[in-house]
Design a protein around this ligand. Sequence first.
Ligand code: B12
Length: 370
Amino acid sequence: MTWFTLHILPLLWAAAGTSTWTRSSCSVPLAKQSLVDGIQVLMENSVTSSAHPNPSVLIAMNLAGAYNVEAQKLLTDKLMASDTADLTIGQLALIIMALNSSCRDPGNKVSILQRQMETWPPSNTGAMATLALTCMYNKIPEGSEEGYRILFSQVLEEAVKNISMRIKDNGIIGDIYSTGLAMQALSVTPKQPNKEWNCQKTMDTILTEIEHGKFHNPMSIAQILPSLKGKTYLDVPHVSCSPGHEVQPTLPNQPSPVPTTAPNITVIYTINNQLRGVELFFNETMDVSVKPGSVLLVVLEEAQRRNSMFKFETTMTSWGLVVSSINNVAENVQERTYWQFLSGKTPLNEGVADYKPYKHEHITANFTRY
Ligand code: B12
């Protein structure tokens, strides 16, 4: 899991290493710069005194050069004051990295993290793992035991191979929301991707997706912004914290949504549990009528209002609201169960608070394992 590196990174990041392969360079064309400014402002505006403090947003803001200095200060102070008790190891690691990116001393948070790591079974890899491994690889001192370097080299190669396999013809790596971290990984790793990677193509496709409004969730912006600015998490130690001269860009006014008089649309909504407790098995479907352009959460709320079997609960996370329980069947980390959302048979790539179903779409919430 990406957590593996999320906590190693803050402890071990260093300068990005020397490359042993010719990587393609890329940048945002001048004409598209306002798109990048636009999402940065959107992300920075998500920082409010009532919002859940998100360390990934602070890291992105500091790597990109914050426009909204007040938001930057508010978020830094909130993260400084955050209680480490209820955090996962990955969340704690991100907070430490975020505080470092604001040139603040994370204090005893680092020793708490170190203690947690001693009893933590590392799991999974991915883009974050590649970043952390690269960071560590670059820190192996000259003259250290060769076996150590070879081991790192092999693990890195495997991680990069896994990312390379996900490069699509249009440049997207995995899906549009995994591309940001994957770009960071490919741009620093000393290992050559198995498939040729055209960074500019990736960037152009992402810019088109931004133009289509696909990056409005602050966390999705936080994960793509560093790559659009040519930065990676390995640049965190080099962030300059002297007061900048950034001026908030003036952006064209977004057209405010015109109140629609269009008729409601019908969405077919199914809830299915065949996993937990035989007596709790259910498979129920309801036709739900909502205003066009409503997010899926509105469909769930309407279904719940009409039939108590469709009752659900949500939990707040860095990406927004997760549906944690439906009809008293709750996700469980130990059992690795969760409520997966599908359109037909295809899993959605956005959460219920972002995804907008279309007319007659069949959405299923299926209780399953990861
Ligand atoms: C692990 C993971 C999961 C696990 C989380 C459980 C766990 N305990 O680990 C499971 C399998 C449950 C999961 C579920 C989903 N996920 Co997911 N998930 C991830 C992944 C790979 C890593 C998250 C992580 O560990 N971060 C590190 C820790 C330290 O940070 P954290 O803030 O504490 O992490 C929490 C949140 O990320 C949250 N979470 C995970 N996924 C999602 C998705 C949404 C929409 C929300 C609101 C929260 C959320 O769970 C984490 C653990 O508590 C990310 C990839 C990424 N780039 O971030 C995708 C990612 C966040 N997931 C995504 C999606 C789409 C989903 C689903 C909607 C998929 C689906 N079709 O059902 C569901 C959520 C449905 C629901 N019930 O509301 C997308 C979100 C894109 C977007 N624009 O919204 C991502 C970016 C993957 C991708 N590239 O498409 N996910």
